[in-house]
Design a protein around this ligand. Structure first.
Ligand code: NAD
Length: 978
């Protein structure tokens, strides 16, 4: 068949569908309904749409009429005139009779939810499911729920599925079989069909450890599948974000290969046409099914997470996994459909789409292969596209409606997605029903539409993408390198002063905190004598380095970034062993180090240049290096912080003496090697591992050290600040101190916070890397409204963290850095037991490693030691606040001011907290750790630091003296350019 005749056949089918639809509009677009009225308004502008949908999202979680009235006013008060009359009235009534506003708003949202959600629970859904069948459609049921943040919640979800299967199977026994719905040309089709999302069945999926997730998911799915098989129920595995795709496919295949289910279970899997990888996945699935000699259903959909996939890829600098142009997805859909239809012995086809062109193309492809129309099935969402469904039913097609069941509140994410889909500019439904685009246009071949030119990536600095451990190539690279690095542990690193190797003052032995018997690195240590010699060498190299071309210095640092990028797995693996970071945490630290190099290299090239002169006078701003810099770094970001401070000083023209923490000398010596290999002379960069009180102090107090870049504890920072303030005999200039210290960071959880987001964000911020981040959350400030539910969910979620040796990627929480850290945590836990109420404590594994399990206290008094002192371990204090003002007062009331956070869905409160919560880095509705170079310049004030911002545009100024040169260019009354 030629392309032309194929297109004609598709158009014929398409026109028939349009003709049968006549002028019918789907219910959602009818302005007589609450949903219709809302969508009608929402389509008038992106801003109003965003505010309306955010209001819909938050409403069900509000506890009182006054709360509802406040939110309605905040979201819609500004331009109530744009709203339907009843809504205007409701907004205006808010201040006087909040309960009226609340009742009307809740009624509206409930009505809207009812348009897309069949019922709150399976039993209540039965009459509507019966009606759907009477109207000529089969169904598949999906259970909506809040995101599962703990195994308890996943367990509840799994139990609800069992109940769903039982309830539907019992009811179905009494339903009449319908030829059009319950058979195809090859036999009977199960009446009951359920759709399962794996993310809800296991709450602790770690992309880096699919094997462990697979085991847990298999254990959760097995009873469900058994029940489904025994009751003759069909199970479809839904597809969610791309990061879960490979896991979902593997789970599906493994379970169907199992003797228990092979050949006895009717099952299917969804595939998403918008993913560029789907053709390869489909081939793989077909090959597998042929080998297994089994038939499975593939539900081909376009894909419902398009915005999120694109946002996430852009935010992480990952390749975008989906087609960015809609026509590409539509064209891919048709190709995939054809391929599925070519494999009738192994694939049953279900096509999930509302797009009439796609539907017509699938029907044409089916007929062209000589199959009857009922060989394939079309799936459409409940509450949407009724005229399309009716037309297809009349044409004798098999239709299945995708029917969500669940409460409005947990179903909100689903509801908002459907509203977005209905109003999205590109939504086929909208084009068909609202905008009256002609049938001929809607039936055009998507393959013929020119695909838009790919977006040109912006030039300039871009963050190094983190490893996507959901991809097997990244996992196998990391696994292999971990072995290689472990095999090379024995190596010991000599001490160098300039070009000379020297004996040093002993040795530092760095141990694996997960297994202290294991020595990760041995390095020769420096003492105060070596510090003195190193400063002398650095002083002699100063003029040469200062006067080197900026491009030459920046180029070396960029070369170092490239070298690190090439060795990123080796560096990350070293961190896993030396400081106990998990794979993703170690990888992120390496990326941050690379970012610092590239960012500062770019920044130094921009500094300086012409100033604002007047005719006849030329002004030049010049920046000049300060002199020898001592870089004194902590162990907790052993590469990034050391590298960031060092490269900032180097690109600015200062020779550097690095003094890494004794806990991370192995990784520090790798950094020194890389910088030397990149071309930085050995006199210009020296690395002096040693004990802080000796080498660190000697450098700080040296008269010829001009810059001290320090990151570490408040105790040491204050000592350095003071010592640097003294002037030593022979000292030629004032010392500049960059001083970044600790934090006692708080997150406020507002009454209306989305706990599905807040709980995982809190767990990650408080317990990620065992709370050993300066940005870690240690004070959680909560209001009475959400308090009990929040604490309960938090405790459950924390209890699911797997603690152990982080070289195993299924471990979420590694060891603390050393024995002293474990003891410090124990001391604070004892204080907490006396001063507050312990609500959670996890036993640490007794494997000999320096482990401490996470601990949560509640009823913590804001002034207590627990709430005021930096613990630097996995201890979270929950503090009560009666209202927002008190919460802000508590949040600000520590000597520190580093990071902070807020979870809220109130625009006015967010605006208020943005101003009033005074910290260096404030994060709203997200976790509070993980600052990215360039995007989140990092650093605090108060006792957290001197106000400098690492990874920010002004950072290099601290390593430079600014100079201004003004030149009179007038000669005998004449100046060029006048
Ligand atoms: P630390 O203060 O014990 O050590 C930091 C560095 O200072 C080490 O290299 C150490 O050897 C050196 N040192 C120790 N005594 C010294 C002295 N008398 N003179 C000169 N140098 C001396 O801190 P740590 O345990 O390595 O790191 C954890 C601390 O760092 C926490 O308080 C954390 O909040 C803070 N930190 C802050 C930031 C930030 O950006 N604000 C980032 C990471 C860590």
């Amino acid at each position: 068949m030629t392309e032309g005749s194929r297109q004609q056949a598709i158009e014929r089918i398409g026109h028939e569908i349009f003709a049968r639809m006549a002028d019918a509009k789907p219910a959602v677009f009818s302005t007589a309904s609450a949903t219709g009225a809302l969508l009608d308004r929402a389509m008038r502008g992106e801003d109003l749409k965003a505010r309306l949908f955010r209001l819909v999202d938050v409403l069900p979680s509000l506890r009182s009429g006054a709360e509802v009235a406040r939110h309605v006013a905040e979201y819609l008060g500004r331009d109530a005139a744009e709203l339907p009359a009843i809504a205007q009235w409701a907004v205006r009534a808010g201040p006087r009779v909040p309960w009226v506003t609340a009742a009307l708003s809740r009624f509206g949202v409930r009505k809207m939810a009812e348009a897309f959600i069949v019922a709150a629970e399976p039993r209540k859904a039965l009459p509507e499911l019966g009606r759907i069948r009477e109207a000529g459609s089969a169904f598949t049921v999906d259970l909506l729920g809040e995101a599962a943040v703990s195994e308890k919640e996943s367990g509840v979800y799994a139990a609800r599925y069992l109940d769903l299967i039982d309830t539907l199977a019992e009811a179905a026994a009494g339903w009449k079989r319908e030829e059009q719905l319950d058979t195809d040309d090859r036999g009977a089709i199960p009446v009951v069909n359920v759709s399962v999302k794996i993310s809800a069945l296991y709450s602790q999926i770690l992309p880096a450890a699919p094997e462990a997730s697979l085991d847990r998911l298999t254990a959760r799915m097995r009873p469900l599948l058994r029940r489904a098989r025994d009751r003759g129920v069909f199970v479809n595995f839904d597809m969610e974000m791309r990061s879960l795709k490979d896991l979902t496919l593997t789970l599906f295949k493994q379970l169907l290969e199992d003797d228990e289910f092979r050949g006895t279970l009717r099952a299917g899997i969804a595939m998403q046409a918008y993913l560029k990888e789907t053709p390869a996945d489909l081939e793989e699935l077909i090959g597998w099914a042929q080998k297994q000699d089994t038939r499975v259903t593939v539900r081909l959909v376009k894909g419902a997470y398009w915005d999120t996939e694109i946002l996430q890829a852009r935010q992480r600098n990952w390749p975008v996994p989906v087609f960015e142009c809609k026509e590409e997805t539509d064209a891919a859909y048709e190709r995939l459909a054809a391929r599925m239809l070519d494999c009738p012995e192994v694939i049953d086809c279900a096509f999930g789409t509302h797009n009439i062109r796609s539907i017509a193309a699938c029907m044409q492809a089916c007929r062209a292969r000589g199959y009857p129309d009922n060989r394939i099935e079309f799936q459409m969402l409940y509450g949407m596209a009724e005229p399309v469904k009716r037309a297809l039913i009349e044409m004798g097609c098999r239709i299945r409606e995708y029917c969500p069941i669940g409460e409005t509140l947990p179903g909100m994410a689903y509801l908002v997605r459907r509203l977005l889909e209905n109003t999205s500019n590109e939504g086929f439904l909208r084009a068909t029903f609202e905008e009256g685009v002609s049938a001929a246009d809607l039936l055009r071949d998507p393959a013929e539409v020119e695909s838009a030119a790919p977006a040109v990536p912006p030039s300039g600095f871009a963050n190094e993408p983190h490893s996507d451990f959901s991809r097997s190539e990244f996992r196998s690279a990391m696994r292999k390198v971990l072995q290689d690095v472990r095999a090379g542990f024995a190596r010991s690193t000599p001490l160098r002063i300039g070009n000379r190797e020297v004996k040093g003052a002993g040795e530092i032995v760095s141990r694996n905190p997960a297994n202290p018997e294991e020595i990760v690195a041995r390095v020769a240590a420096a003492g105060s004598v070596e510090a003195e010699e190193a400063v002398e060498v650095a002083v002699s190299a100063f003029a040469m380095w200062r006067d080197a071309a900026v491009d030459a210095r920046a180029g070396m640092i960029e070369r170092a970034a490239d070298l690190m990028s090439g060795r990123r797995f080796e560096l990350a693996a070293t961190e896993v062993f030396e400081v106990g970071k998990t794979w993703p945490e170690a990888d992120a630290d390496v990326c941050e180090a690379i970012d610092f190099c590239r960012y500062y290299a770019e920044q130094i090239r921009r500094l300086g240049g012409a100033g604002d002169g007047v005719p006849g006078e030329e002004i030049r701003h010049v920046f000049q290096a300060r002199g020898v810099a001592a870089v004194i770094a902590p162990w907790n970001f052993p590469l990034a912080i050391l590298c960031g401070m060092t490269t900032a000083a180097l690109v600015a023209g200062n020779p550097v003496i690095m003094k890494p923490s004794a806990e991370s000398v192995g990784i520090a010596s790798l950094l020194a090697d890389i910088l030397w290999e990149a071309g930085v002379p050995r006199e210009v960069l020296q690395c002096l591992p040693g004990h802080g009180g000796e080498v660190g102090a000697a450098l700080v107090e040296h008269r010829d050290v001009s810059v001290i870049a320090f990151t570490g504890s408040r105790e040491v920072g204050l000592k350095i600040w003071e010592a640097a303030g003294r002037t030593w005999p022979g000292q030629a200039q004032l010392k500049k101190v960059v001083c970044e210290m600790g934090g006692k960071n708080a997150v406020i959880v507002d009454d209306d916070a989305d706990l599905d987001e807040a709980v995982p964000g809190i767990v990650a911020s408080a317990f990620g890397y065992g709370g050993q981040k300066c940005s870690a959350l240690s004070r959680l400030i909560v209001f009475p409204g959400p308090r009990e539910k929040l604490i309960a969910r938090l405790v459950e979620a924390t209890g699911c963290l797997r603690i152990g040796d982080p070289s195993d990627p299924s471990v979420a929480l590694g060891p603390l850095i050393n024995k002293a850290a474990v003891e410090r945590v124990r001391r604070y836990v004892e204080i907490g037991r006396r001063e507050a109420k312990l609500v959670f404590e996890m036993a640490a594994p007794e494997t000999g490693g320096w482990f401490a399990g996470p601990v949560i206290f509640r009823d913590v008094s804001p002034g207590s030691a627990l709430a005021q002192e930096e613990i630097f371990g996995p201890v979270l204090s929950v503090i009560d606040a009666a209202d927002l003002d008190e919460a802000i007062r508590i949040a600000n009331d520590t000597p520190y001011a580093l990071t902070g956070g807020l979870y809220s869905r109130s625009p006015e409160r967010i605006a208020h907290v943005r101003e009033a919560f005074r910290v260096g880095n404030l994060y709203i509705n997200r976790g509070i750790t993980g600052a990215l170079v360039g995007r989140h310049p990092f650093g605090g004030f108060g006792m957290s630091g001197s106000g400098t911002k690492a990874g920010g545009a002004e950072y290099l100024h601290h390593f430079l003296f600014p100079r201004v040169v003004a030149e009179n260019v007038v000669r005998r009354g004449f100046a060029p350019g006048v």
